[in-house]
Write a protein that binds this ligand. Structure first.
Ligand code: ATP
Length: 292
């Protein structure tokens, strides 16, 4: 038996840090959505009880350290299932990029195995299990548009952005999320994005207001570490993207563009400066059957 799932990349339309908690993590408030750049997870039943994994990319672990492997293991522990599975990850989302690729692979593995093993779990139940893997995993289980609070695991669904295109550019160097948060000083944040302005803009389906409400408090922190982030932002603006922001802890920079033709022109112009550039549709809603 076999099934397949799409694991879309997430972007942050906003990312705010409210305070540092006694446990060392930050309380966050983020508006997250998805774009049509995805990994593909193929799940095949195998004899025995082992979990096997391989990936098209040498940049991700091919063993139990892979978040998709961890998802399969935790799902088996929670449900008592003792079936074997082969997980194949076709990796398209840049790694260590601020696009939650690993979390989305884990979430897609949970959704796919729920179907393959006929577990009958709801998305809510899968999200709860996902929270044990990582704080972005619950969001990725839904892969919709949501306000994420706490460490990112407390979710409130909101309307998806209006139709538009997103240009993504990933500087060559990856980044450690822990490193970026380690350097963040909440009391020195100069400008907090407004979650309520962003939510209003999404409710009104007003793309200009969405662009005007974008903000990420981690951007100056990552920029101080990686010059390429500000260089790419400038170039994206120059080539005609309307709203340009770093996603998550970076270093990927994305720009919002209303029309496909302009998005593709921007990609061509950026290619000389950056190897990993993409023009993709904004998604924002989870398409339940993931192989269209
Ligand atoms: P986030 O936005 O959630 O911080 P990210 O996009 O910055 O995530 P990922 O691409 O998810 O980062 O990868 C971070 C690290 O997780 C990688 O360095 C990699 O070693 C590890 N990892 C484990 N499983 C995966 C996977 N399936 N895909 C990508 N990375 C994985």
């Amino acid at each position: 038996m076999y099934t397949s799932e799409k694991a879309p990349a997430k972007i942050n339309l906003t990312l705010d840090a409210l305070r540092k908690r006694p446990d060392g993590y930050h309380d966050l408030e983020m508006v997250m959505t998805t774009v049509d750049l995805y990994d593909r997870i193929d799940l095949t039943s195998i004899d025995g009880t082992s979990i096997q994994l391989d990936s098209s990319s040498g940049l991700v672990p091919q063993d139990e350290r892979n978040l998709a492997y961890l998802a399969a293991r935790i799902l088996r522990e929670k449900t008592g299932v003792r079936k074997g599975v082969h997980i194949r990850i076709e990796k398209n989302i840049p790694v260590a990029a601020g696009l939650a690729g690993g979390s989305s692979d884990a979430a897609a593995t949970l959704r796919g195995l729920n179907r393959l093993w006929k577990l009958g779990l709801s998305l809510e139940e899968l999200a709860q299990i996902g929270a044990e893997i990582g704080s972005d995993v619950p969001f990725c289980v839904y892969s919709n548009t949501a306000i994420a609070r706490g460490r990112g695991e407390v979710l409130e669904p909101i309307p998806a952005p209006p139709k538009c295109w997103v240009v993504l550019a990933k500087p060559s160097q990856g980044i450690s999320t822990a490193d970026v948060f380690g350097r963040l000083r909440v009391d020195q944040i100069e400008q907090h994005p407004s979650t309520s302005h962003m939510v209003d803009a999404l409710k009104k389906q007003d793309l200009k207001a969405v662009i005007g409400s974008m903000g990420n408090v981690l951007e100056p922190v990552t920029m101080a570490m990686h010059k390429e982030v500000s260089r790419l932002k400038e170039k994206m603006h120059l080539f005609g993207a309307s709203g340009v922001l770093m996603s998550g802890s970076g270093p990927t920079v994305f720009g919002i563009v209303p029309k496909e033709s302009r998005a593709k022109r921007i990609v061509n112009s950026l290619k000389g400066f950056c190897e990993q550039v993409y023009a993709v549709r904004m998604l924002g809603v989870h398409r339940s059957s993931l192989l269209d």
